[in-house]
Write a protein that binds this ligand. Structure first.
Ligand code: PMP
Length: 313
């Protein structure tokens, strides 16, 4: 991703108002900065023939509000307000294909670990963002490394809440992989089974059936994961969405792929230098990936209720 400074963007929605991008500032003594006490979303809008279409916005909002619950955080802005703010943000900046980042975090008041008196600050930004793991990743797949860092157990921290603090684990795993020449990591859970990527869910194809770790494996309940499960079932595949996948099964899989709002559907061609399947995007991955892009770029009428059409609002 290139830096914000090179982008044609100028507006942030913050605590109920639109402000200039350069003025969207917080105090360095904000709670969220010190303790990772924020919750956020990563959402994509696709450029379709009906104009920009935000994919599964309602589900992202559901997850955002749900993520606040373990932290007793209250977002004092309604779903409608966040929705209108996002639509306006895209319209004002003429954004079509873009990434949308809503965030809510404990703000500035005091720095006890208890955020009791801290306000909840809420902001939304949006910017153009191409493929997450590199331009040829979608076609040729990525090489990944099983991280030496384990994912935090959901008994230690709610991994189903998309909390800013969780991403130091993602950073450690992802950067370790990149230092070793891989594009991305696969992270095992505390039990040593496959959990997910640093910012992606993972799917395995074996003997024509599809497997993905269950929600109790310390994963984020990915919205793209849910989308792929739905699409795969519609194509007639058996999908085991509550699987326990051992590390060794990665190496013997016929196909592996990542899903995520940023990563979309990215094939995995090698794990720890072991070639997966035929070493390129496998046929099931390719079929589901094209079903996914046909869906999000609206080359089909299916699942129209998953889209928020900006120009129609
Ligand atoms: N797992 C983690 C840890 C993530 O950060 C993400 C990205 N939000 C995902 C899975 C995929 O979730 P989604 O498809 O909702 O983007």
């Amino acid at each position: 991703m290139s830096g914000f400074a090179d982008m044609d963007i100028d507006t942030i929605w913050m605590n109920g108002e639109f402000v200039d991008w350069d003025d969207a500032k917080i105090h360095v003594m904000s709670h969220g900065l010190h303790y990772g006490t924020g919750v956020f979303e990563g959402v994509r809008s696709y450029d379709t023939e009906h104009g920009p279409a935000i994919f599964r916005w309602e589900e992202h909002l559901d997850r955002l509000y749900n993520s606040t619950k373990p932290y007793n955080m209250e977002i004092e802005h309604s779903r409608e307000e966040l929705t209108n703010a996002t639509i306006e943000l895209l319209k004002r900046q003429d954004l079509k294909s873009c990434y949308i980042r809503p965030i809510a975090f404990f703000g500035y008041d005091s720095l006890g670990v208890s955020p009791r008196n801290c306000p909840t600050d809420v902001a939304i930004g949006a910017w153009p963002w191409g493929t997450y793991l590199g331009d040829d990743a979608l076609e040729n797949g990525v090489e990944v490394m099983v991280s030496s860092w384990r994912k935090h157990s959901s008994s230690q921290i709610p991994t189903n809440a998309k909390t800013t603090g969780l991403y130091v684990n993602s950073l450690l795993a992802g950067e370790e992989a990149r230092r070793n020449g891989y594009a991305e990591a696969v992270v095992l859970n505390k039990e040593g089974n496959v959990a997910e990527g640093p910012g992606e869910n993972i799917f395995l194809v074996r003997d024509g059936e599809i497997f993905t770790p269950g929600l109790a494996e310390s994963i984020l309940d990915g919205i793209t994961r849910n989308t792929l499960i739905t699409l795969a079932r519609e194509q007639g595949y058996t999908v085991h969405d509550n699987a326990t996948i051992s590390r060794g099964e990665l190496n013997t899989a016929d196909e592996l792929f990542f899903t995520g709002s940023a990563a979309e559907v990215t094939p995995i061609r090698k794990v720890d230098n072991v070639v997966i399947g035929n070493g390129s995007r496998g046929p099931v991955t390719e079929e589901l990936q094209s079903a996914f892009f046909d869906l999000v770029e609206r080359r089909t009428d299916a699942h129209d209720d998953w889209f928020l059409y900006v120009d129609e609002q």
